[in-house]
Design a binder for this molecule. Structure first.
Ligand code: HEM
Length: 250
């Protein structure tokens, strides 16, 4: 392939990236997202540790095994996944470095998501509860499978060994769209999970307007707001790249 053709493809790719912006600066939106990420992480830990007895992979108290599920999902899958998405918009670094941060954060999110789901299965199996009976669990499997496909495709096409310029150009908007779709689906699935767990607890006598019920609902709302600011940030305009980083293929 001629160098001039490659250069034309790259310029087109860059113009397409620039067209994706909303016309507002991403940076302030990413700050709000970071704050919401910290608050959601604190709330889910306070809930599971202070109200639900803590976390354990092995315990005669099987609820402690379950507690790993929301903690790893919120802090691992959702917070790290969201931060991976906005890292392109938040960090004044070279594109190559941002790409590495993007894929490592997504790898952490995917790994934590897998272990988090394993904890839910372990809890069910050791408590004699059936697996995969709820809409939440079906969507949950969908989320993790799509997340893995998205990560592997992104790695192969944009990182190693890397696709041709034409494949990268064609893939980029789909990668961004599909990534946002999977992220939003994860937020929706987590909301269902909070609702389901709180409903179980309320059916077993937890006060509907008590402090724990409020805490669970506020954790869910904070998680949803984090998702909103991640999506806004992703659609907003990135800060200008450092001068030396005029262009590097994604
Ligand atoms: C993207 C986020 C999430 C994913 C991908 C996910 C995935 C899953 C999966 C696959 C199961 C089925 C386990 C089995 O059948 O043995 C499950 C169960 C469960 N999850 Fe989640 N989960 C997520 C977030 C949450 C959150 C934040 C909570 C809040 C507490 C939660 C609460 C539950 C509950 C109560 C169960 C057991 C009941 C059921 O199977 O529906 N999940 N989750």
């Amino acid at each position: 392939m001629s160098l001039r053709f490659e250069e034309r493809v790259r310029r087109k790719e860059k113009r397409r990236e620039e067209r994706m912006g909303l016309g507002v600066a991403a940076l302030p939106l990413t700050f709000v997202a970071h704050v919401l990420a910290v608050v959601a992480s604190i709330l889910v830990v306070v809930w599971t540790v202070n109200f639900r007895g803590g976390l354990a992979f092995d315990s005669p108290n099987k609820s402690l095994i379950f507690n790993i599920h929301p903690v790893l999902i919120v802090i691992g899958l959702i917070v790290h996944g969201g931060e991976a998405i906005i890292s392109y918009k938040a960090l004044p670094l070279k594109k190559e470095v941002k790409k590495l941060i993007h894929l490592v954060f997504h790898a952490i999110a995917l790994g934590a998501g897998i272990v988090g789901i394993y904890a839910a299965f372990k809890y069910h199996n050791e408590s004699g509860i059936a697996n995969l009976y709820s809409l939440h669990s079906w969507l949950g499997i969908g989320v993790i499978v799509l997340y893995a496909i998205q990560w592997i495709y992104g790695f192969v096409i944009f990182f190693y060994p890397g696709g041709s310029p034409a494949i990268r150009r064609e893939s980029l908007p789909w990668h961004a769209l599909f990534g946002l779709f999977v992220f939003v689906l994860a937020i929706g699935t987590a909301s269902l999970g909070f609702l389901e767990k709180l409903t179980f607890l309320e059916n077993s006598g937890l006060a509907k307007y008590g402090s724990e019920a409020l805490l669970v609902n506020f954790t869910a709302i904070t998680t949803i707001l984090f998702g909103v600011f991640v999506v806004f940030s992703a659609l907003a305009d990135a800060p200008p790249a450092p001068a030396a980083d005029d262009y590097a293929p994604i």
